[in-house]
Design a protein around this ligand. Structure first.
Ligand SMILES: [Zn+2]
Length: 436
């Protein structure tokens, strides 16, 4: 049985497929000299070669020890676990392992292993397990993720995260995501279900927390950013996501900071930065724990964020001021228009009144009696009692009874101070009855 025990005292021996017969017999000789030992039971290992399996180590008489059998089983389980991943997963995992084992050579505090080897009894494994001093880390790479990735995967990832925590490991996730659903106009990011669970909390996030707790006291804070906050009293909890992808020929990690918000679908978070890229190797720099950031970039981004907030706030209030001033202007113009109309109406009334007085003067006090005609009476009545067409006809039908004495009718209007035909009508009727 193939035992995949290429690790001897933590040194990786790579056995290329093209190993020549000479090299095989050389390795076999070295094994004869007791050079290779099982890292678990320390028993001597021999080198075997098969057409199908290639080159491999084996316990004597093919009797694998319990521990190596356990690891073997764990490896099979792990292989199944990563079946859904793309080739990128394998590449990233290999780089991760290389990078960290290189660092481990110069750092006695650092211990690196494959997840299934370090923790074979788990149900699910991190890709890489790391111990730094007394802290353990579970590093996992998830590829083949879209924003709408199925909820099965999401549940599985969340469960895995929980398991790692329960076993005293600090989980670190690198997500290879094909697209990010960022709503730029709303300053928000729509998260994949699992992201809410696996987002990290780092010292940089705590720095973000502290500046945010201050600015969100501004009740209009989210309004300035056009962000549809899910509820009024958001507790400030900034988290980080690490997106991994290849940029040209390098593998980079994009560090994304977000403020947790909606905890039900659609999972939305307030975006704090556009995300910045760091080379994968830099992301794996170790100081007590994984640095996973460029603190100077974060510091700069926090300053930028505050500036942006102040700018948006000022812009918002300036817009409000302009709008209010415009409304004020419209109101004032409407008032002025009203005033002008009122003045015009008064002017018209005055004119009419003057005209009326003039006419009364001319007609009423004239010393030279003059015969008034129908046209004159009509125009006098139009101006003074607003005589209309229908009333005019009625008046005309009355006139024969009054012997066409137009002056007589006008005198009645003046004497009785008539203001309408309705007032004049009964007076005319009385006059008519007297004349008969
Ligand atoms: Zn063994």
């Amino acid at each position: 049985m193939k035992e995949a025990l290429h690790v001897i005292d933590n040194d990786v021996i790579t056995l290329p497929n093209s190993t020549t017969t000479d090299e095989v017999s050389n390795l076999k000789k070295l094994a004869e000299k007791n050079l290779f030992h099982c890292p678990y039971c320390k028993a001597k290992l021999i080198v075997k070669y098969g057409d199908e399996k290639g080159l491999y180590f084996s316990h004597m008489h093919s009797e694998a020890c319990e521990e190596s059998r356990k690891i073997d089983k764990a490896e099979k389980k792990y292989k199944k676990q990563i079946e859904r991943e793309t080739k990128v997963h394998q590449v990233i995992q290999a780089i991760l392992h290389d990078e960290l084992t290189t660092q481990a050579k110069n750092n006695p505090q650092l211990e690196v292993n494959y997840g299934y080897k370090a923790k074979p009894s788990l149900k699910e494994y991190p890709d890489i397990w790391v111990r730094i001093g007394n802290r353990e880390f579970a590093i996992s790479v998830v590829t083949n993720v879209t924003s709408t990735a199925d909820s099965n995967l999401s549940n599985q990832i969340s469960k895995r995260h929980q398991t790692f925590l329960e076993h005293g490991m600090e989980p670190i996730w690198f997500i290879e995501k094909k697209e990010q659903s960022i709503e730029k106009d709303k300053n928000s990011i729509v998260l994949w279900d699992a992201e809410l669970t696996i987002a990290a909390k780092t010292t940089e996030d705590q720095e973000w927390d502290s500046i945010l707790s201050d600015v969100v006291k501004d009740e209009m804070f989210f309004t300035y950013f056009n962000y549809p906050v899910s509820h009024g009293h958001l507790s400030i909890d900034v988290r980080s996501m690490y997106y991994i992808y290849s940029n040209g020929d390098r593998i980079v990690v994009k560090v994304q900071r977000l403020l947790k918000d909606r905890i039900e679908k659609p999972y939305r978070a307030f975006l704090l930065n556009e995300g910045y890229e760091i080379p994968f190797a830099d992301a794996l720099v170790i100081k007590n724990g994984f640095v996973l950031s460029k603190p100077e970039i974060d510091q700069h981004e926090r300053e930028d964020f505050l500036k942006r907030y102040q700018h948006l706030r000022d812009e918002y209030h300036e817009k409000l001021r302009v709008k209010e001033a415009e409304q004020q202007k419209v109101l004032q113009e409407a008032n002025e228009q009203e005033e002008r109309l009122k003045a015009a109406r008064e002017e018209e009334q005055n004119c009419k009144h003057q005209l009326r007085q003039e006419m009364i003067k001319q007609r009423g006090t004239s010393n030279i009696p003059r015969k008034m005609n129908y046209e004159e009476l009509k125009s006098l009545l139009r101006v003074n009692i607003n005589l209309i067409q229908r009333e005019q006809m009625e008046l005309w039908s009355t006139m024969p009874g009054l012997r066409h004495n137009y002056q007589f009718v006008w005198d009645l209007v003046v004497e009785n101070k008539c203001k309408s035909f309705d007032e004049l009508r009964p007076i005319l009727q009385t006059a008519l009855s007297k004349r008969r």
